[in-house]
Each structure stands twice: as structure tokens, then as C-alpha cells.
Design a protein around this ligand. Structure first.
Ligand SMILES: Nc1ncnc2c1ncn2[C@@H]1O[C@H](COP(=O)(O)OP(=O)(O)OP(=O)(O)O)[C@@H](O)[C@H]1O
Ligand SMILES: [Mg+2]
Length: 370
């Protein structure tokens, strides 16, 4: 192929946003766009047998067929993929490139005829889409499981109340109590799910209101005071006097601190201590500006390091049984994380097994940064 045609082939590919290669009639590369160079690496993608770049039997077979349809069998169409037009092959393949396995949708088509005999190969990386799909499936499975557990219990008790316990007043009261508790749990789960989806939906929209942070924290602490006292926990505060305004959504920030303080009271109770402090950071490097840090500390059992990175995942708990027994849904920290993200802030978790945990929420002081 002439230099000129090669240049025209490359120009054509450059306008395509996915990695794309062009080969001549002998399946040697004559074009590669920037995305292809980034994916397959090296500036020496040209003038090479195609198979040295993408060594996947099904892809090679598809290229052979597009180049010489009379001499090679047509690939079997994949029903999960769009129906290709005449002379085009579309296939799913897991290819190795960029040092990783990539689940890709690959389209092989004839080169436009003015450019001579040849083919184009476009590689659509579907790994992220597949991952998102998998996460969605996991989420639906988790939600179903979390709802099914209390539902199964309730159905069991209804049957017992209809049958064996029909005339047993004492059993009836006890069962009704349990059913009430299970129903409350389902209710909480559904509220948390709605809350999570609402926060996620507006995560890109920054809060437009202003919040008096110390005032808000004093308010949340006041509502938890009884619970702390009942659990025999000493509450220590620092920096909560006075008034300081930051951009924020008041309801959502209440939810954040309620969640974190409730966790400290629930899981850190054995330490008998809860510390809540607020301080200003002149320059928070991650937020590139002044910020306010709210620290919630307990001296309870702490969390093993291996759990920390996953703690904010939906439904992740260190001890599922215990969290459930205490009425937890495992969504608290996921909600916290999304709200903090929406505020362009940061959530930091430090914890030492046996010593206690510190959850720090860092919020930008003004809306113009971060
Ligand atoms: N202060 C803490 N000390 C020890 N473990 C904690 C602490 N805070 C959270 N955890 C662990 O992290 C897990 C996840 O917390 P998260 O708030 O997301 O869910 P939950 O408290 O179980 O349920 P929910 O918040 O919906 O009531 C908890 O189950 C617990 O194992
Ligand atoms: Mg919680």
C-alpha cells in the first residue's frame, strides 16, 4: 500500500474514540490511532503482522474472513451482540493488553474501498461496564437477601399464630413483639436504601445552603445524649462552642454525624468514651484550601486493618450477625461516604484493633475549592 493510502487510513482512524487498527490485504498493520497505541503500547504498531499485536484466535479468524470471505468460514454471530451488517464481524473476546485482561467487544470491518483491500479492527473496552453490571447484580442480590431474612421470620410467625399458638395469649404477645421488630428493620432498610439512592442521584450537585457546623454538631449530640448515658459512656467535646458556617446540606450532614456517633456508641461502647471535636485546617492538601475537620473517636474494640478499605461498601459489616442483632443495615457508612463526596469532602478512618477508632470528616470551608 502506498504511503499516501497509509496516511489516509491513519487519519480516518484518528477520528474514532476507541482503539482502532487497520490492516492491509495480508493482515499487516497499516494504521493505528492514538487510543490503539495507548492500549497496545509501543510506537511500532505499524508494518507488523496483525497477529503479533492481537493474538486471539477468534479475532484473527474474523480478520481472515473479512479479508477473504470466500476462503474462510464466516464467524458465528453472537446473539448478545448487535447484528452486524454485511461483511462485518462483531465478537466478544477477552484480550490481553496493557498488562491486563480486557473484556472487549471487537468489530472487524472492510476498509473503505478507496483505501484498497484491508480491514479495520475496533476494540471497545467493556470491562468497566461489565464491572458495573456485576456490582448492580451483587447489590440486587444483597438487597433481596436483607429483605428476605426478616420477611421469612415474619411469615413463620404468622403461620404459628394461625396454627399452634392460636389460643396461647403469651406466645402471641411475644411473637407480635418479634414481628414488630422485624417489620421495623425492613422499614429502616427501605428508608436507608431510598436515602442512599437520593444522595447518589444528586452527588454531582454541590449543596447550595450554608450550615453552622458547631451548632449542628451540638444538636446531633443532644439527640444522642440519652443513648450515651444509658450505655455509660463519657462524652468529651472540643471546639464545638461558637458558630462557624460552611457550605453544606443540613439534613445530610446531620445524617453523617448521627451515623458516625451512633456507630461509636454501638461498636465502641466497651471503651466507655466518645470524643467529638471540631478544628480548622488552614490548608488541607487534598482539598487545596482551608477546611474543617470533625473527629469522632471511641476507645472500643477497633477494626482490623483488612476491613478498613471495604467498610464504606454497601452492606459491608465486620460482624454481620452482630450488626443485624443491633438493628443495623450495613448502609450507614455507605451513605456517609456519598454525602461527604457530594460535599467535596473526605472521610478518613483510622482504627486499631483493641484500642478504638477515629472517623474524621473533612469539609471544605468555602464552595470555590476542592
Ligand atoms: N466505631 C466503630 N468501631 C468498630 N466498628 C465499627 C465502627 N463503626 C463501624 N464499624 C463497623 O463497620 C460496619 C459498617 O458500619 P455501617 O454504619 O455502615 O453499618 P451498620 O452500623 O452495621 O448499620 P447501620 O449504620 O445501617 O445501622 C459495622 O457493621 C461495624 O462492623
Ligand atoms: Mg452504622
Amino acid at each position: 500500500m502506498s504511503q499516501d493510502a497509509q496516511r489516509r487510513a491513519s487519519d480516518l482512524l484518528e477520528g474514532v474514540p476507541v482503539p482502532m487498527l487497520a490492516v492491509d490485504g495480508k493482515a499487516r498493520t497499516i494504521g493505528a490511532n492514538r487510543a490503539a497505541v495507548a492500549l497496545f503500547g509501543g510506537g511500532d504498531l505499524l508494518n507488523r503482522p496483525f497477529v503479533t499485536i492481537l493474538r486471539h484466535p477468534a479475532v484473527v479468524a474474523a480478520v481472515d474472513w473479512v479479508l477473504e470471505p470466500d476462503r474462510h468460514p464466516a464467524p458465528t454471530p453472537d446473539p448478545s451482540l448487535p447484528v452486524p451488517t454485511d461483511g462485518v464481524a462483531i465478537l466478544n473476546a477477552v484480550i490481553v493488553a496493557d498488562g491486563r485482561d480486557i473484556a472487549a467487544e471487537i468489530t472487524v470491518a472492510r476498509l473503505p474501498s478507496p483505501l484498497g483491500r484491508g480491514a479495520t479492527i475496533a476494540v471497545l473496552d467493556r470491562s468497566e461496564t461489565e464491572e458495573a453490571e456485576q456490582m448492580r447484580r451483587d447489590f440486587v442480590a444483597n438487597v433481596s437477601h436483607e429483605l428476605k431474612t426478616p420477611l421469612t421470620a415474619m411469615i413463620g410467625f404468622i403461620e404459628t399464630l394461625r396454627g399452634p399458638a392460636r389460643d396461647d395469649a403469651k406466645a402471641r404477645d411475644r411473637f407480635l413483639d418479634i414481628m414488630e421488630r422485624e417489620a421495623a428493620r425492613m422499614n429502616r432498610l427501605v428508608s436507608d436504601l431510598l436515602s442512599l439512592s437520593r444522595v447518589q442521584a444528586e452527588e454531582r450537585r454541590r449543596p447550595s445552603a450554608q450550615v453552622d457546623l458547631p451548632l449542628l454538631l451540638r444538636g446531633v449530640l443532644a439527640t444522642m445524649d440519652n443513648a450515651a448515658r444509658a450505655a455509660g459512656i463519657t462524652v468529651e467535646t472540643d471546639g464545638l462552642a461558637g458558630s462557624q458556617r460552611v457550605p453544606g446540606d443540613p439534613d445530610q450532614l446531620v445524617q453523617v454525624f448521627q451515623n458516625l456517633i451512633e456507630n461509636a456508641l454501638k461498636y465502641g461502647a466497651s471503651g466507655g468514651y466518645l470524643g467529638v471535636s471540631l478544628r480548622r485546617i488552614d490548608h488541607e492538601p487534598l482539598l487545596r484550601g482551608p477546611a474543617w475537620a470533625v473527629e469522632i473517636r471511641d476507645r472500643g474494640e477497633g477494626i482490623e486493618g483488612m476491613h478498613l478499605p471495604r467498610l464504606t461498601e454497601r452492606f459491608y459489616r465486620v460482624d454481620t450477625h452482630r450488626s443485624r442483632a443491633q438493628g443495623g443495615t450495613g448502609l450507614g457508612l455507605a451513605i456517609v461516604k456519598h454525602i461527604v463526596n457530594r460535599h467535596r469532602g473526605r472521610l478518613r478512618i483510622d482504627s486499631t484493633r483493641g484500642k478504638g477508632s477515629t472517623f474524621t470528616v473533612i469539609l471544605p470551608e468555602s464552595a470555590s475549592r476542592g
